[in-house]
Ligand binder design. Structure first.
Ligand code: IDP
Ligand code: MG
Length: 139
């Protein structure tokens, strides 16, 4: 099974959209393999977003992602699942995201864009290891 890390970001939790977002993955046929509501700290967010630490938006991103709880999920499915989740999420900037996608239907701000999904199989393995290290030993 191909796995990916999904985060329903603090804006999605605050707005009561977690069920809607999880429901879209479930209705697509993907499986929820793990899930936990957790307050993320600066240290873990620095590791998760390590490729963005030098970006001008990094400070705003970490402040946003740590302001209230996020819903962490491991989502699984057939080969291609990482890409399927990205397609269901829509473009990074919700103003450009297509209608029918999570960001296209519910967002208007580029930082507060509701959802994270790993961008490749290798990043999914790395990110799942950060948030759900116990899953690695269970396979
Ligand atoms: P992705 O989440 O679609 O993979 P990335 O480029 O990896 O997008 O950026 C990570 C997160 O950083 C985005 O989801 C968004 O929350 C935030 N972000 C990305 N680009 C910008 C920007 O130009 N301004 C403000 N925030 C941004
Ligand atoms: Mg990304």
């Amino acid at each position: 099974m191909e796995k990916t890390l999904v985060i329903c970001k603090p804006d999605a939790v605050e707005r009561g959209l977690v069920g809607e977002i999880i429901g879209r993955f479930e209705r697509k046929g993907l499986v929820i393999l793990a899930g936990e509501l957790r307050l993320l700290d600066t240290e873990v967010l620095g590791r998760h977003y390590s490729e963005h630490t030098e970006k001008p938006f990094f400070g705003d991103l970490v402040a946003f992602m740590s302001r209230s709880a996020a819903m962490l999920l491991v989502v699984g499915g057939p080969e291609g699942t990482v890409g399927v989740v990205r397609t269901l999420m829509g473009s990074t900037d919700p103003r450009q995201a297509a209608p029918g996608t999570i960001r296209g239907d519910f967002g208007l701000a580029v930082t507060e864009n509701l959802v994270h999904g790993s961008d490749a199989v290798e990043s999914a393995l790395r990110e799942i290891g950060i948030f759900f290290p116990e899953l690695e030993t269970r396979g």
